[in-house]
Design a protein around this ligand. Structure first.
Ligand code: NAD
Length: 499
């Protein structure tokens, strides 16, 4: 059995706690590796190593730090196939999806090449007599990133990239379900020229996380994962005086107006609802057609498309639509929610509860499910399912549809499909959700904008990547300086007069 390690001071270091988590191959259900769970002492040692490495890295000029990012882009592109295979093997997503995961992370590293520009301060000349005022952005010191399983490359890169570019040292705690790609990325950073110790990877669970949250050395905490844990991390980190940004779960609604292009809307829902087995925080899990006639037309378009979806392991080629979910518990939880939907009266239009794949009977596969006549009091509406399940909730009017999305506790992403500019504009202005798509089902902002939800999808102030990330990972210092007037009466410099 392969035993994974931690990445400390630029080396693989075996765990010493004696505790391990199983890392599965979700397609076969077999345990393929043991991931060490760091003790508090191991985590503290990693933090101390990062603290020792940070001052020199923080004092390295931004352009040199940017060159590490530039080299990292080259190395990731060089190793793209290898990284994607390792990612799919532990996560279960298809190879094109794994490459998308890596590519979206890579784009933030590309953005970080602009660190010298992003870190430029401000200057006021002659703020008063002989007085200049300037502000500079300085790194926080050592920061922690605690990451989810669903984007094991993209999520760490969104945080580690800007944190390093700003001159911080980082202790990353990846998901224990798929830790190998974050470890490979850490190794690539060293090859790209990052000094050893600036980026540490500690594998673990609550013990490691709580140690990071309570450490006086850790100055900032970035978390991505489910809402209850996001709230917990935010509360504990901020109670300990740290800066924190914690991104949580989602229940993304897509509204389909009667004038929408119904083929386009149905195609969009297939990708957004079932891609990556629905294990995306920007997945569309609720479709809200406006009017019964729109709903009937939508269902008619969706059914054959859902029936055609090909569910298989990533090794079965690039025409696989989606693979297994991440663990057996995740599969059982999803099937439990589907059963609750049936019991609570929703109409299960496509029922794959008995889905099984020949040769992969022990894999964590869940077939695609389509519900119609879902109502807002049902558990399948209220809960983030995080599986290949699309719920159609019929609304009588646009007002009812937008109200539904606004009343939901989550506010990560949303979309509207319409040909009407007035409706689209009204929706974009009024909706209380962080990322909005207009005829775009998964409106993930590009690296130079920022990514973040509202309501219970985000705790904190500053978003992920884009300009916000450079603010999150730095502190502003403002200097006011006065130099006695250098000019003598008559305009001569006083040091000249001293000659
Ligand atoms: P999770 O909350 O179970 O785990 C996330 C991280 O927290 C992991 O590293 C895990 O080890 C750690 N953790 C779990 N329980 C803990 C505890 N009790 N104390 C301390 N640490 C703990 O999330 P997940 O299942 O890995 O990821 C899926 C979730 O992430 C979904 O809810 C999804 O919507 C969300 N997500 C959100 C975004 C976003 O930007 N809003 C992006 C990706 C994923």
């Amino acid at each position: 059995m392969k035993e994974l390690s931690h990445w400390i001071n630029g080396e693989n270091v075996k765990g010493t706690s004696g505790r391990f988590a199983d890392v599965f191959n979700p397609a076969t259900g077999e345990v393929q590796a043991k991931c060490p769970m760091a003790s508090a002492a191991e985590t503290e040692a990693a933090i101390a190593n990062a603290a020792a490495a940070q001052p020199a890295w923080g004092a390295t000029n931004p352009q040199k730090r940017a060159r590490v990012m530039m080299a990292m882009v080259g190395l990731m592109n060089r190793d793209m196939d290898k990284l994607a295979e390792a990612l799919s093997r532990e996560h279960g997503k298809t190879i094109p999806d794994a490459k998308g995961d890596l590519q979206r992370g890579l784009e933030v590293i590309e953005y970080c090449i602009g660190a010298p520009q992003m870190l430029k301060g401000e200057f006021t000349d002659d703020a008063g007599p002989g007085i200049d005022m300037y502000s500079m952005r300085q790194p926080l010191g050592v920061v922690a990133s605690i990451m989810p399983f669903n984007f094991p490359a993209m999520m760490p890169l969104w945080h580690v990239g800007p944190a390093l570019a700003c001159g911080n040292a980082v202790v990353l705690k990846p998901s224990e379900r798929d830790p190998s790609v974050p470890m490979m990325l850490a190794e690539l950073f060293v090859e790209a020229g990052l000094p050893k110790g600036v980026f540490q990877v500690v594998n673990g669970d609550k013990e490691a996380v709580d140690t990071l949250l309570d450490s006086e050395t850790i100055q900032g905490v970035s978390f991505v994962g489910s809402t209850p844990i996001a709230h917990y991390i935010y509360s504990r980190a901020t109670a300990n005086g740290k800066r924190a940004q914690c991104f949580g779960g989602a229940k993304n609604h897509m509204i389909i107006m009667p004038d929408a292009d119904m083929d386009q809307a149905a195609d969009a829902l297939i990708g957004a609802g079932f891609g990556a087995a629905g294990e995306r925080c920007m997945a569309v899990s609720v479709a809200v057609p406006v009017g019964n006639e729109t709903a009937d037309r939508l269902i008619e378009k969706l059914v054959p498309r859902v029936e055609k979806l090909r569910v298989a392991p990533y090794t079965d080629g690039d025409d696989v639509d989606f693979g297994p979910v991440v663990t057996r518990e995740a599969k059982e939880r999803i099937l439990g929610l589907i059963n609750s939907g049936v019991e609570q009266g929703a109409k299960l239009v496509i029922d794959n509860r008995n889905f099984s794949l020949q040769g992969y009977e022990n894999g964590f596969f869940v077939g695609p499910h389509l519900f119609d006549h879902v109502t807002t009091d049902m558990d399948i509406y209220k809960t983030e399912i995080f599986g290949p399940v699309l719920s159609v909730v019929r609304a009588k009017t646009y007002e009812e549809a937008i109200g539904m999305a606004m009343d939901h506790e989550y506010g990560n992403g949303t979309a509207i499909f319409t040909r009407d500019g007035d409706t689209a504009r009204d929706f974009a202005h009024r909706i209380n959700i962080g990322m909005v798509g207009i005829n775009v089902p998964i409106p993930v902002p590009l690296a130079y904008h920022t990514f973040g939800g509202w309501k219970k999808s985000m705790f904190g102030d500053l978003n992920q990547h884009g300009p916000d990330s450079f603010k999150f990972y730095t502190r502003t210092k403002t200097v006011t300086s006065r130099w006695p007037s250098g000019l003598k009466e008559g305009g001569e410099f006083h040091f000249k007069a001293m000659d």
